[in-house]
Design a protein around this ligand. Structure first.
Ligand code: BG6
Ligand code: MG
Length: 217
């Protein structure tokens, strides 16, 4: 039996939320906007452009498109500096054994991320070779909860959408998986990700027995 397994990146494979936060904070501070870790939660799974709008909204700041474009570029430059220093030890615990199990058992593996920096991050932490397909923020027009990113990933794998398995840490991502009739697995707080079909705090809680069930059912 062969299934499509689709992984979100930020917050599922690596904890990059802290770098997104630091990069946004520079801009927010300069604009006099109070931007806290709690606010940062709202940006999970959200595109770069939409994230800036949310942050500007926090401070009731109105800006021209020109200014917004400048800040978006600045944010990404700062973010790139952080991810440039990333190494394999920043892969979240339990992820690599799951990827290895899927490879060893002839399963199809894809990335389905909103980030335009997905490839360089996978390269940096040394796990690009586990992925048969990558769909990221450069490839899709409709952001999660639209299922486009996951449907494209299944297509690239040559597998049906229905029954594909999605690992996600954002509410929008879980909704996208459900809309695509995929099996949604929430990674993180169960009370937040209650729409997911299965919930785990992290990948160390996912054992091979559970993975084997996903493959055969
Ligand atoms: C998502 C992150 O995966 O990618 C968001 O959860 C981020 O926080 C989004 O804004 C876009 O990322 P990037 O790297 O294209 O700015
Ligand atoms: Mg995520």
């Amino acid at each position: 039996n062969q299934k499509a397994f689709i992984f979100d990146l930020d917050g599922v494979i690596v904890d990059t939320a802290k770098y997104h936060f630091l990069a946004w904070q520079r801009i927010a501070n300069r604009l006099g906007i109070d931007f806290t870790h709690e606010h940062n939660e709202q940006l999970k799974g959200v595109s770069r452009v939409r994230s800036l709008d949310i942050i500007l909204g926090l401070g009731n700041v109105e800006a021209s498109q020109e200014d917004k474009d400048k800040w978006l570029a600045e944010k990404n430059e700062a973010y790139l500096q952080y991810i440039d220093r990333m190494e394999a030890d920043e892969i979240l615990e339990g992820v690599v054994p799951v990827l290895q199990y899927l490879k060893d058992n002839n399963q199809k593996v894809a990335l389905g991320s909103a980030s335009k920096n997905a490839r360089p991050i996978l390269e940096k932490v040394g796990i690009l070779h586990y992925f048969d397909a990558i769909v990221d923020g450069n490839d899709v027009t409709n952001a999660k909860p639209d299922p486009e990113v996951f449907i494209r990933a299944a297509q690239l794998l040559g597998m049906p959408s229905e029954g594909a398995i999605v690992f996600e840490d954002s509410v929008a991502g879980i909704q996208a998986a459900n809309l695509a009739k995929m099996v949604s697995i929430g990674i993180g707080d169960k009370s937040v990700l209650h729409e997911a079909q299965y919930n785990f705090n992290d990948f160390t809680e996912i054992d091979t027995k559970f993975l084997a069930t996903l493959v055969t059912t």
